[in-house]
Design a protein around this ligand. Sequence first.
Ligand SMILES: O=C(O)CCC(=O)C(=O)O
Ligand SMILES: [Fe+2]
Length: 290
Amino acid sequence: MKLEIRRLDASTMGSDEFFRTYYVPEVPVIIERCSVGDQITPAFLKSRYMKAERRDIGWYDAPLPAQDDSAIVLPRLVREVFARSDIACRPLPMRVWLQPGGHRTLLHYDGNSLSGLNLQVMGRKRWTLISPDARLHCLPFNFVLMANENFEPDVDAYDTYRFETGPGDMLYLPRYWIHGVESLGEVNVNVNWVWTPRHPNTKHRLGRREVELLRLRRLLPWLNRITGDNARSYGGAGQIIIDEYVQGVGRWQALRRLLGEVSSAPRLIGLVPSILRQVRAFDRNNFNVQ
Ligand SMILES: O=C(O)CCC(=O)C(=O)O
Ligand SMILES: [Fe+2]
């Protein structure tokens, strides 16, 4: 079904409402009129955050700003999420994005069961969000959706949101929601904060996939060598979180997952050129802002 994203106003919203209606049931929402101060320009981001050693696939990792940092101030809701005891967070939980118009982030969901708050600081972005229950396929052992450039979500088959974010809009993006993002402004700046909930959510297909993959990686450690190991630092708390997530996932369930991943590989055959084109364009454009 085509869903309309709900919008709350940061200045009138009670945190209780956010936590009860959106955070706990893991429902996407936009909180309008959020701010990190007005000093965040591309030049500021480049000089302060864009160090080669902090560069990740599509963003720069950063620590949370100190309380007395006058250049960047955390929105109240971000402080409240990071004060919770039901999350784990990595040492560098803030991500800095800087992209030119036309840039596209491939449809994917975030690894490490990350949920996040993503604040548009400058420019505009067009988001497509697809339910974690959609019967779609990701690349084997990976979080990128198997989709070509012309992919259109089938709104009759699964829940989908389409919306734009502008300056001050902060999107709550719960774990496992598939998202693709297009940068619309000439210069587009986002900051997001990510965390891993301490408890698994196996209500959704992709939540089940994640716990089964974690169990499988424990069962067959050689898989980590072939497919890359994201589990060591999982959610910043590593094995402690994984212990929690894999409880109740049986060996056969994990092996069925292995079969599922391997059997989706042939779907890739016709898709490889398109996915490579999308990845190359992503790499070329990313951070390419004067
Ligand atoms: O802004 C983008 O292009 C991608 C954002 C994203 O993937 C995320 O916030 O997890
Ligand atoms: Fe993402």
